[in-house]
Design a protein around this ligand. Structure first.
Ligand SMILES: NC(=O)c1ccc[n+]([C@@H]2O[C@H](COP(=O)([O-])OP(=O)(O)OC[C@H]3O[C@@H](n4cnc5c(N)ncnc54)[C@H](OP(=O)(O)O)[C@@H]3O)[C@@H](O)[C@H]2O)c1
Length: 284
């Protein structure tokens, strides 16, 4: 089995690939797609094949999927990029990758998505059968392009697509937890963020990759304990601004996701059920 992983120089991908490589059996191989050769060196040292190129380039896609059995599409463009780039990478290139995979006989395609595709909250944890409901504070090109990519990939006739919707991912030196204050400082004190440690995101994606018989299925991946804006400040050792307590949270269930399905169907159990468990284990 040869598995292609994209987005391996990013926060999620660079922590996922070593875990995937650690699970390979004799005869199984991993290929990574990187945009520049230097970014691939650490994976080559770990035993991966490296293909260099941009996901938006058709020739690159052909090279990347040649001989591949499974794809894990982690790549996305959303950190401070123009909307056109978000659409081009997150939807158009993801769907083209799906088409190229289908044409080359790939058996499984795991699409990494985001809980932001739900849009507004529903007054309870969001389940995978909830339809996309555009709107809410974080709706925009990123969420919309990821939602459309899911929809178009799942509609590709003959390709076994599985979708993992990630929460706010943190841990293992990722600066994301500190960056959360960019938003949390403008929130109400009680507004919550659904979290997931890199170890558990990798666990979830590996379960999606290996499980038989789940073509077309979507799974939320997250821990058990969303944290409030107050806690995000405390976890970062930053004084809680008084204004937080003057605001109200208009959508208390915004991107709070249920993990019932992935627990029941794939046996997922978070290694770090809360950010506090990760902190106490020295895994932040
Ligand atoms: N981190 C989170 O909290 C979070 C939450 C929900 C969902 N997700 C999803 O998880 C995935 C990974 O997120 P991340 O936090 O790891 O993002 P990231 O750190 O920004 O990494 C993005 C990755 O995609 C690659 N990429 C971007 N444009 C590309 C292109 N045109 N061609 C080839 N590769 C390209 C980047 O390569 P370069 O290094 O060359 O730029 C990088 O490896 C994404 O699908 C995202 O939607 C993440």
């Amino acid at each position: 089995m040869l598995t292609l992983v994209t987005g391996t120089t990013g926060q999620v991908g660079r922590r996922f690939v070593p875990r995937l490589l650690a699970q390979t059996r004799p005869g199984e191989k991993v290929r990574v797609l990187v945009r520049d050769a230097a970014g691939g060196e650490r994976f080559a040292e770990l035993g991966a094949d490296v293909v260099v190129g941009d996901l938006r380039d058709a020739e690159t896609l052909g090279k990347a999927v040649a001989g591949v059995d499974a794809v894990v599409n982690v790549a996305a463009s959303f950190r401070g990029v123009p909307d056109e780039e978000a659409w081009a990478v997150n939807r158009d290139a993801a769907v083209e990758l799906g088409r190229a995979a289908l044409a080359s006989g790939v058996r499984r395609f795991v699409q990494v998505s985001t809980g932001l595709v739900y849009g507004v909250g529903r007054g309870r944890p969001l389940t995978e059968d909830d339809p996309v409901q555009p709107g809410g504070a974080m709706w925009g090109a990123y969420a919309e392009s990821k939602a459309e990519a899911e929809r178009e990939l799942l509609a590709l006739d003959g390709l076994d697509v599985r979708v993992g919707r990630l929460p706010f991912v943190y841990g293992e030196g990722d600066p994301h937890l500190a960056q959360s204050l960019m938003w949390a400082r403008n929130w109400a004190a009680t507004q919550r963020l659904q979290m997931g440690h890199h170890a558990d995101v990798a666990q979830g994606l590996l379960r999606l990759l290996y499980a038989p018989g789940i073509a077309g299925r979507i799974y939320n991946i997250a821990d058990d304990a969303p944290v409030t804006a107050v806690e995000l400040h405390q976890l970062n050792g930053v004084e809680v601004p008084a204004e937080l307590h003057t605001r109200t949270d208009s959508d208390p269930w915004f991107v709070i996701t249920s993990t019932d399905r992935i627990r029941r169907e794939l046996g997922y159990r978070p290694l770090y059920p809360s950010v506090y468990a990760a902190r106490d284990a020295g895994a932040l």
